[in-house]
Design a protein around this ligand. Structure first.
Ligand code: NDP
Length: 328
């Protein structure tokens, strides 16, 4: 593989402020794990935290399924520990958001906050994904107090209780089935008169006695005194028989899809039709030599902290081997 060094005269906004060997974008479990491995491999990584320092885990309360924490740990604490661990081996963790990249020649260029240009021999993309929310004010209010976008993370807190899941795709079906194994009752709130999920998932949902599917319902408002106590829905909105429905629930789960945070990379990096970065085989290599991807920005299937951490480790190892092969 030949890596072309860019020797052309740079336009004014392309004067690098700094060159680094390994640049990591994102500060969730994938980014920090990549940083721990990269730092221990003497790659002198620089990590930019991105739009949500600590990533999606900082929006959950207790993390009980990450191996090694028998008593659980809060998402925020875990991310602080991962940060400390990355810094302990020399990672420079910085506040800033990657706003533009140019991967057309080597070294790779990344602009931070539209002003600082960093050139890097290797770039590890760990920018994660953002769960989609309905956009209700009340949804914001109860985030972490009954509103969640991850049943696997938070479902356990609703054992024996009543919950609702919004969405009609495979994610919603999966979340509803997972919760049906824990909760007394699961309402699946679907805005259309049918499910979009695959046939097999539909069958499982519809035949599960703990799940009640509410077709043609949209969410109006979540309410409760400090924590979620119920949700107001509108049945057949806009139709002559439109009615308001009041559901008493303890948990409200969003499963209306995730958006991978890959937009700025798309001019150079191959993504699938939904924006997830495509990596080669079982590796973290993208279509651009020296650019690696890990975590939720490339994984639409598992989306767990532990799988993201594992893929961050792979990205650092791939980067280290690639840099060594290139003599960089
Ligand atoms: P999808 O885009 O497939 O489904 C999103 C669902 O949420 C749709 O039913 C959609 O409704 C609904 N929705 C979207 N916005 C709103 C809103 N504002 N209000 C109410 N409902 C809304 O996303 P998924 O995350 O389910 O799946 C993404 C991809 O990942 C799919 O290709 C899926 O097959 C795949 N996947 C596969 C799994 C597996 O194989 N085990 C597990 C999970 C996901 P509407 O139908 O009306 O548009």
């Amino acid at each position: 593989m030949v890596v072309k060094e860019n020797s052309k005269t740079q336009p004014a906004d392309s004067t690098p402020n700094e060159h680094v060997r390994c640049l990591i974008l994102g500060s969730g479990p994938a980014g920090y794990t990549a940083a721990i491995y990269a730092a221990r491999a003497n790659l002198n990584p620089v990590l930019y935290e991105g739009i949500q320092p600590g990533g999606q885990l900082t929006t959950t309360t207790e993390v009980e399924n990450f191996p090694g924490y028998p008593n659980g740990i809060t998402g925020t604490e875990m991310m602080e520990d991962l940060k400390k661990q990355a810094e302990r081996f020399g990672t420079q963790v910085r506040w800033g958001i990657a706003t533009k990249v140019d991967f057309s020649s080597h070294p790779h260029k990344v602009w931070i906050d539209d002003k600082t240009l960093i050139t890097a021999n290797a770039v590890i993309i760990a920018t994660g994904a953002t769960a989609k929310y309905l956009g209700l004010e009340s949804e914001e209010k109860y985030k972490g107090s009954g509103v969640s976008a991850c049943a696997t993370c938070d479902g356990f807190f609703y054992r024996g209780k009543d919950v609702a899941v919004v969405g009609g795709g495979d994610s919603a079906a999966e979340e509803a089935l997972y919760l049906a194994g824990l909760c007394r009752k699961v309402y699946l709130i679907v805005r259309k008169p049918f499910l979009r999920a695959s046939k097999i998932m539909q069958q499982r949902v519809l035949s599960n006695p703990n799940i009640e599917v509410l077709f043609e319902h949209v969410t109006k408002e979540i309410y409760g005194d400090g924590v979620v106590e119920g949700v107001k829905l509108i049945k057949r909105q806009g139709q002559p028989d439109e009615t308001e429905v009041d559901l008493k629930i303890d948990g409200f789960f969003l499963a209306i899809g995730h958006t991978p945070n890959s937009d700025i990379f798309k001019p150079y990096i191959e993504t699938d039709e939904t924006g997830y970065i495509i990596t080669k085989g079982n590796s973290s290599h993208t279509n651009i030599p020296g650019v690696f991807a890990c975590g939720d920005v490339m994984d639409k299937t598992y989306r767990q902290a532990i799988t993201a951490a594992g893929s961050g480790c792979k990205a650092a190892i791939d980067a280290e081997r690639w840099l060594s092969e290139m003599g960089l």
